[in-house]
Design a protein around this ligand. Structure first.
Ligand SMILES: Cc1ncc(COP(=O)(O)O)c(C=O)c1O
Length: 399
């Protein structure tokens, strides 16, 4: 997968020795800039914008998020708790399948509770009725699957054949619609406006008979709205037309767009070697700190990296050094890089665009330490260590 982000922004002038290694560093100024773009889309289109906690839930930045967005969307009980403890605004919760014991608290904490199938809504009707009888106020939504794949990678495409995510739109009936207040769909991943428009074209014909009957429609995430070349004017026009056509309040819930290019992962080269090409072992692990590098897979951009040198292919891949993590996993390889300076143990480097879907996915496999978390403000140059992790964090997850 080609990542379409990786703009160093103000990190180009950040001294990597100001933080521990490894460390995530988030730039509050860049976060605010992204949030301003999202708030502008919301204000001018009339749509509500929720930040997806699954992508970026560094809750020390919750007050900044709350200044700009209408709320957050969560993926189950623990994120809903985090949202109610730290974040402002509305909470929309969607989970592919709820556990009966979790549902009462989810209903209490969330404004929208979105189910993956009408069967779940039906099965949990008694709990929903009890919560309402206790005076709790929430809407029930249904995630639909518009059966229109637009994804580059099937693993990241909720509309891929036989996907479990969302109720197939061609199975929707009047009876299903009477059970719900709103419709949800999430079908995109790092995409432009055109795939959203094509998806809605497909969904329109199925949903039109019920226009005026559902209170809201939530178009999920995957909109790369804060990327410089995203078609924001088209999106704004589309969202306001959608509200007019359907008579529903429109929501979007971007995750990645909130934190795009707002964070780096700083690491250190620990050792160098040669096995048919130059090798470097680092204290940053793909499998423990950036699992999407292996899962997607993708190659994270590096701060200041040089372009491949076609003259140097004998020395390896374009004169590059292959960097990998300290774990025992043979596949713990990050990628091949031409480093900005000659490599030697102790040298610092940073991978770009690591605020989203990395910090939320770290593990301590092999006892590899977790990166500490820092908040920098590139406007004021203030730098704060938010959290350091210790041996006990590793130990206490194992029991
Ligand atoms: C239901 C739902 N909403 C929102 C998002 C956020 O998507 P993104 O971070 O790509 O904007 C996701 C991501 O998987 C999702 O599954």
């Amino acid at each position: 997968m080609e990542t379409r982000a990786g703009d160093p922004g103000a990190f180009a002038r950040f001294d990597l020795h100001r933080v521990d290694s490894p460390a995530f560093v988030v730039d509050a100024a860049k976060l605010r800039a992204n949030l301003r773009v999202l708030a502008d889309v919301g204000e001018r289109s009339g749509a509500k914008v929720l930040g997806a906690l699954k992508a970026f839930s560094m809750w020390s930045t919750a007050p900044i998020v709350g200044e700009y967005l209408d709320g957050v969307c969560t993926s189950g009980l623990w994120e809903a708790r985090l949202a109610s403890e730290f974040y402002d605004g509305e909470i929309a919760t969607y989970c592919a399948a709820y556990k009966a014991e979790d549902l009462p608290e989810i209903l209490r904490l969330s404004d929208h509770v979105i189910f993956n199938s009408p069967q779940q809504v039906e099965r949990f009707q008694p709990r929903i009725a009890t919560a309402r009888a206790q005076g709790q106020i929430f809407d029930i939504g249904l995630r639909i699957n518009p059966l229109h794949p637009e994804g580059e990678v099937p693993r990241y495409d909720p509309c891929a054949p036989h996907s479990r995510l969302g109720f197939p739109i061609d199975q929707l009936t009047d009876e299903h619609m009477t059970m719900i207040d709103g419709i949800h769909m999430h079908t995109l991943c790092e995409q432009d406006f055109a795939p959203l428009a094509r998806t809605w074209d497909k969904a329109f014909d199925y949903l039109e008979p019920w226009f005026g009957e559902f209170k809201w429609i939530n178009l999920g995430g995957g909109h790369h709205i804060t990327r410089a070349d995203y078609q924001r004017e088209e999106l704004i026009g589309f969202l306001s037309d959608l509200a007019e056509d359907t008579g529903a309040e429109v929501y979007i819930e971007p995750g990645e767009a909130v934190a795009l290019d707002a964070g780096i992962l700083v690491g250190t080269i620990l050792d160098l070697g040669w096995n048919g090409m130059p090798l470097g072992i680092t204290d940053v692990s793909a499998t423990c700190h950036m699992p999407d590098v292996i899962e997607a897979p993708y190659r994270p951009a590096m701060l200041g990296e040089l372009p491949p040198d076609p003259e140097a292919v004998d020395e390896g891949e374009g004169g590059a050094i292959r960097l990998g993590g300290p774990s025992c996993l043979a596949g713990d390889v990050i990628g091949d890089y031409r480093l900005p300076e000659s490599s030697e143990p102790g040298m610092r480097f940073a991978f770009l665009d690591q605020a989203h879907y990395s910090m939320v996915k770290t593990t301590t496999f092999n006892g590899v330490p977790l990166p500490s978390i820092w908040l920098w403000d590139s406007e004021s140059d203030s730098l704060e260590c938010i959290r350091r992790f210790a041996y006990e964090d590793f130990r206490d997850r194992l029991g």
